[in-house]
Each structure stands twice: as C-alpha cells, then as structure tokens.
Design a protein around this ligand. Structure first.
Ligand code: COA
Length: 332
C-alpha cells in the first residue's frame, strides 16, 4: 500500500519581532495580561511589501535545499492560507513561478487555523493516487488583516510559513496513517473578516468601518477550541488503537497556551510530549503546525519513524487531527 510520507520540513518567519512591550505602546495592554491569558511573549511581523508568497518561497527554498530536491521535480503545490497575496490568482501560482517549479500544478485552500491539516489531506490523496513529489505549505501574513488599535485581536497573531515535502513510501514505519477533519459553519461569525469578499465587496464604507480586519468573539471560540481539539485527537488515536503514551510528539495549533494545556490534559499527554512555541510566534494560523514540526525535527526531539499527532481548531469552525509516522528523512 502506498502511503504519503513527510520526507522533509522547513519554515520561515520574518526578521521583525513585535514584543508584548512594543504592543504596550500601541494599545491599552500589558505584558503580564498577554502572557497570563495567552502564553505569547512575542511574534514575527512581515516586512513592508513581504506577502504570503514571499514567506512561503523562503520556507520552500530551504526545504528543497535541505532535501536535495530540484524545483522542477515538484508535481504539485498546495497552499493553506487565509491571507493570499491577492483574491486571485492563487498564491500557489505565484509560488510556482517564483521557485521555478515548471512541472507543477497547484491551488490554495482556505481552512484557517486548520488549513495545514486540510492541505495535508489533499497532498496525501495526490500521493496515494500517483503523484511523486508534493509540497504542502501553511502560510499566513496575519499582520495584513489585524487592527492594531483592537487589543482583543492584535496581540494574538503573528506571521510565518512552514512547508513539508510529501513523497510515496511502501514502508509501514513511515507516513500519514489517518486523519479526522471537521467543519461546522455555525461558527462562521465567531471569527471572521467581515468585508472584502462577494458578500460585502470593498468600499469606502467598509474601509471606514474597519471591516477588513479580523473580528473574533474570543470566549466563544476558546470554549469550542479547547473541547473539540482534545476530542478529535482522542478520536483519531482510539480509531487507530494508539495509546497517548506511544505518541512521540503532540503538535497542537498554537492559538492560546491555555487551550493547548486543556487539550493536552484531556487527551492525556505528558508535558514533554507537547510542542509549545506560542511564546515566540503567537498564532500564525496555517503555519503553526509546520513551524512546530520543523522545530522538533531540527532540535532532534523526534526521529524518523516516531508517531506524531497534529491537532488544530480554527475559523469556520474547522478542526481536525492527523496521525502519522515522521520520515523517512531525505537529506541533501
Ligand atoms: N490586554 C488587556 N486587557 C484585555 C486585552 C488585552 N490585550 N484584551 C482583552 N482585554 C480585556 C477585555 O476587554 C476584558 O475586559 P473587561 O472584563 O473589562 O470587559 C478582559 O480583558 C477579559 O477579556 P476576555 O475576552 O474575557 O479574556 P479571555 O480570558 O477570554 O481571553 C482571548 C481573551 C482572546 C485571549 C481568549 O478568549 C482566546 O484565546 N480565545 C480563543 C482564541 C483562539 O483560539 N482563536 C483562534 C482559533 S484559531
């Protein structure tokens, strides 16, 4: 049986760092509030004129170099993002041109904070049906849609990109084993960007009303995120007869440390099994999971063949969990 294996991972965050102390000078907030309510200390912010495709290209170019892969070998590029460079064409098309992947096709996919898991499922399906090399990238330039006068949202998010290379394997010790993915549109207005789409096209009025920025009902999202992320993680483990203690690393979406603590506790993980890097990056939306995977791989916290569990929850609502065995790593 052909399985889709993650044979490499890389990431990129912009150079500019925005700390809680910087935010204290911009809105009525303070470091103590942000750290105790969210776990975030700083986040990276894209440079002027740095868009999602630029960050994705940086992560992908590193990935190609590290795995010794030529851009011309890539057959598909799937981009999870809610902050594409433009409404159309797709960010995948822009990335294809910039990296010179002249044999690739590709598309964008909008799954918000669960976007990377949705894109991974798409990539898995392409590999299982005959593609040999697929890039899945999670990227978001949240700073482009944040209202830096709204303390409820601007402290939460950061910018970044993470990419994985998927290749086929017949070795059962590696590859994506299973995933459970969900969507529930009753949450659509708990976390959204009111204007700029076909429902409310951009106009002077929508800009004046600040409707192109993120709106979030934090408490409502918090409740759903902490229960659903834990439940779906347990569900995928049980379905595949895997015990929590056998998971090498649990990489949950990084939206709020308190949500992660609740989810990890409910799912029964020890502290050392849980990836936590929200302090450095904030919520980078579709990028949090590949950023986390890159961190644990580069730090040697996991090795090829280890069980990895991803979990995410985000706008939509969307949520899900993916179980896999990391590797085999491809080295240049
Ligand atoms: N600094 C200081 N005070 C702030 C603040 C800030 N940055 N943001 C909000 N506050 C205030 C509120 O105005 C409120 O004041 P009030 O009691 O006088 O009205 C108080 O702090 C409590 O606000 P509340 O919204 O109840 O805080 P909270 O504990 O729910 O934390 C979030 C807010 C946003 C951190 C939290 O709800 C959350 O993380 N939600 C889910 C986020 C998420 O997962 N989003 C994306 C999914 S991908």
């Amino acid at each position: 049986m052909i399985r889709a294996a993650i044979t490499g991972v890389s990431s990129y965050v912009p150079e500019k760092v925005l700390t809680n102390f910087d935010l204290e000078k911009m809105v009525d907030t303070n470091d103590e509030w942000i750290v105790s309510r969210t776990g975030i200390r700083e986040r990276h912010i894209a440079a002027e004129n740095e868009a999602s495709s630029d960050m994705a290209v940086k992560a992908i170019e590193k990935l190609l170099k590290e795995t010794g892969t030529a851009a011309t070998e890539i057959e598909a590029i799937i981009v999870a993002t809610v902050t594409p460079d433009m409404m159309f064409p797709s960010t995948a098309a822009l990335i294809q041109e910039k990296i010179g992947a002249n044999r690739a096709w590709g598309y964008d996919l909008s799954g918000a904070c669960s976007g990377f898991l949705f894109a991974l499922k798409s990539g898995r399906s392409l590999i299982e049906t005959g593609h040999k090399k697929v890039i899945v990238v999670g990227v978001d330039t949240m700073s482009a849609i944040l209202d830096y006068t709204d303390r409820n949202t601007c402290i939460l998010f950061g910018d970044g990109a993470g990419a994985v290379l998927l290749e086929p394997t017949e070795d059962e010790n590696f590859g994506i084993i299973d995933e459970i993915l969900r969507v529930d549109g009753t949450g659509a207005e708990a976390l959204f960007q009111r204007a700029g789409g076909s429902r409310r096209p951009a106009s002077h009025e929508t800009v004046d009303a600040r409707e192109h920025f993120i709106y979030q009902d934090g408490k409502t999202v918090f409740k759903r995120a902490s229960t659903d992320m834990a439940n779906v993680s347990l569900e995928v483990l049980e379905k595949n007869h895997v015990k929590g203690e056998d998971v090498g690393i649990f990489i949950p979406h990084q939206a709020n440390k308190r949500i992660i603590d609740v989810a990890a506790r409910k799912a029964g993980f020890r502290e050392d099994q849980v990836l936590l890097n929200i302090d450095k990056y904030g919520n980078t939306t579709a990028a949090t999971i590949p950023l986390g995977l890159d961190e644990v791989v580069k730090e040697g916290r996991i090795k090829a063949g280890d069980l990895v569990l991803f979990a995410a929850f985000g706008a939509g609502y969307t949520w899900g969990s993916t179980l896999l065995r990391y590797g085999p790593e491809k080295k240049a």
